[in-house]
Design a protein around this ligand. Structure first.
Ligand code: ADP
Ligand code: ASP
Ligand code: MG
Length: 414
């Protein structure tokens, strides 16, 4: 008998029929004698619908009220799933984040979990009930509802698994597990039976939305055995392995991630003197805007161009800050380009394989894709390119590094 935390994403609970199917799945685990804590997302499209309604009232809705609004989506699914379990003759109790004391900081819309009091959940499990918890939400120390950022139900699940010392955390979603890249973009993407925690962390932070990055961080910190599986098909899914042992035999590349949600800012012709990067980027970071890739280029005439990327939704605000400092730092111009995309190769095996970057650049050159910015770490290489080439770049790199599933063709004709 095991204690398992299961999370079902938006598509998996997208209709009442699907919620009933999830209940059938949970019942099979209960019949097996396992204790089950379930975390659910809002029905697919619901969170977007709520965001759109808020934005039709104001461009930048008040974060506190946004959280009150967004948390309602998950409240619907916990109740419906609990009813479906009760209908099947199984005890079930639904709880909002606040009711099971998922205590977070007070940064509305991107709160971080500080503490979880598992006592109420344990008491329910002891009574033989399935515990159904609303994902994505918590409560701050003043009792305000908070949310954990888009995709945050993954984090609720892993954090609960850590707090309850569960035997496994299972993330059920609409694909069979973690693939070499998004299977919706590359048809022959290969399902990975396991991936290292380090690689998963990079993929998640570089745009692979299959797991929210905070959930991977929690899994690593608290050593939670984490698996991604399909809620629609049987299969072992992908294990996020925590061993962290890597060796020379590891393939160079585990996967490819990509992101459309960034924009590029350039402040051109600033003087090439000490302190200039600080004068430009300091005010941007003071405004709470996260900066990603940064490149500084010195020209022969003694000036610099500083280029960096930020989230697209924050790019206008970042441009406003640069426009304000343009005169005082002596810049020639400020340019914002929203039509960019970032593609990243990730793999712990990169450390021991030379020439990965050259191979990547050649493959992109062969398709005539211009690289605007490059950034690397020990286990990743990212390039910023024109947005319209993003999917082409992902497919090109996926085949250049031979990441495709050799059985793909065979499976599709069967
Ligand atoms: P859920 O609603 O279950 O949380 P998400 O839409 O948040 O599901 O995440 C699952 C989606 O992540 C998949 O449908 C897939 O399109 C996308 N995805 C992106 N990169 C990957 C990857 N490397 N492996 C699997 N899925 C990926
Ligand atoms: N419903 C939230 C979202 O759409 C949280 C989640 O699904 O994980 O982002
Ligand atoms: Mg998700």
């Amino acid at each position: 008998m095991a204690l398992i935390v299961q999370k079902y994403g938006g598509t998996s609970v997208g209709t009442v029929e699907r919620i009933e199917a999830v209940a059938d799945k949970i019942v099979r685990f209960r019949d097996n004698g396992d204790d089950i804590v379930v975390v659910v997302s809002a029905m697919s499209g619901e969170t977007n619908r709520l965001v759109a309604m808020a934005q039709s009232i104001m461009d930048y809705p008040t974060p506190r009220e946004m959280d009150v609004l967004l948390s309602t989506g998950e409240q619907v699914t916990i109740a419906l799933l609990s009813m479906a379990l009760e209908k099947r003759g199984y005890g079930a109790r639904s709880f909002t984040g606040g009711q099971v004391k998922i205590l977070t900081c007070d940064t509305h819309t991107k709160a971080r979990i500080r503490e979880i009091d598992g006592s109420r959940i344990h008491a329910q499990l002891e009574q033989g009930n399935v515990v159904v918890v609303a994902g994505f939400q918590g409560i701050d120390e003043n009792g305000n509802i908070t949310t954990l950022g888009r995709g945050g139900s993954d984090t609720t699940a892993v954090a609960l698994a850590a707090a309850l010392e569960a035997d496994e955390c299972q993330i059920y979603t609409d694909v069979k597990g973690v693939y070499t890249t998004d299977p919706r973009v590359v048809e022959d993407a290969r399902l990975l039976s396991s991936i290292t925690f380090e690689e998963m962390l990079e993929l998640a932070s570089l745009g692979a939305k299959v797991l929210q990055i905070r959930s991977v961080e929690f899994a690593g910190k608290y050593k939670v055995p984490l698996r991604v599986l399909s809620s629609f098909e049987e299969g072992p899914g992908t294990l996020i392995s925590l061993e962290g042992d890597t060796n020379m035999e590891d393939p160079a590349i585990a996967g490819i991630a990509f992101e459309r949600d960034e924009a590029k800012l350039t402040i051109a012709g600033v003087p090439d003197v000490p302190g200039i990067a600080y004068k430009v980027l300091g005010p941007v970071s003071d405004a709470g805007i996260e900066v990603d890739v940064i490149v500084q280029n010195a020209a022969a005439d003694g000036t610099n161009d500083i280029t960096f990327t930020v989230k697209r939704g924050e790019s206008e605000r970042a441009k406003g800050i640069l426009d304000k400092i343009q005169a005082s730092v002596g810049a020639r111009e400020v340019v914002l380009d929203k039509k960019i995309g970032k593609v990243s190769l990730v793999g712990v095996g990169m450390r021991s394989h030379a020439g990965i970057a050259a191979k990547m650049f050649k493959a992109l050159f062969d398709e005539n894709i211009n690289i605007q910015l490059i950034t690397t770490s020990e286990i990743k290489i990212s390039v910023v390119i024109e947005e319209k080439y993003l999917e082409l770049a992902v497919r090109t790199l996926h085949s250049a590094f031979e990441l495709g599933d050799p059985d793909y063709e065979k499976e599709s004709v069967e």
